[in-house]
Design a protein around this ligand. Sequence first.
Ligand SMILES: [Zn+2]
Length: 257
Amino acid sequence: MSEEPAPTDIDELVADLEPRRALVMVAHPDDADFGCAGTMTLLCRAGWEVDLLVATNGNKGTKDPNRTGQQLAAVREEEQRRAAAILGVNEPIFLGFPDGYVRADDELRGLLVRELRRLRPSLAITFDGFRAGFNHRDHRLIGQSAYDAIYPAADDHLFYPEHREEGLEPHRPDMLLLSGATEPDVIVDIEPVIELKIAAITAHVSQVGGRSPEEMLRWWRERAGPTSGPRYRESFRKVTWERARRSADARRGGRGS
Ligand SMILES: [Zn+2]
């Protein structure tokens, strides 16, 4: 925690990215709100389209013995819809895998590739699936699958060639931000939108136990503690692909293949 990188100006970070469209890929309803709600809503304010893909239905996230997984899944999807609406994020995409059972297999990778080709984001956000130490299995595996979907699958037409029949062409985002990385190099100051982030988190009533936004903000403040950097921040490790930039340029110039 000693040498922290200087805060990143999010507008500057994404200034060269086209189109202004981001896709966030996470494991559970509420992951994105805890990890990057501030960044998502800052992008929305800057005129970006932000899509959110949630791999599981969150059907294990309760200690209440009287609640079935099916009931919980319906509740959690609805909570995620409400949270997304608060932030200005588009209607979430739910892949519906059972909570705790994300598998980094060809099926999941293909589903992610399909959304990348369909939505064509220039910016993608997911978990750092390569982080050492404690990490939720689903977070680790969606992070790895999203990475593998972006590179190399989504941009090479021989991966999942059936997508062509739907009119979906190869695509690769220019930038990937990994949330929960041990050595982040992008620190986003989310102070201007902290109330919105808290509102999005507290929309997950089944997870935060009906805590009020005020209560949650107080908890967040105490947790923030004394620091030289921004009081409220979201941190990421940035990944870019040289080839992504080149192929984007080529496409703009009318690539033949
Ligand atoms: Zn999670």
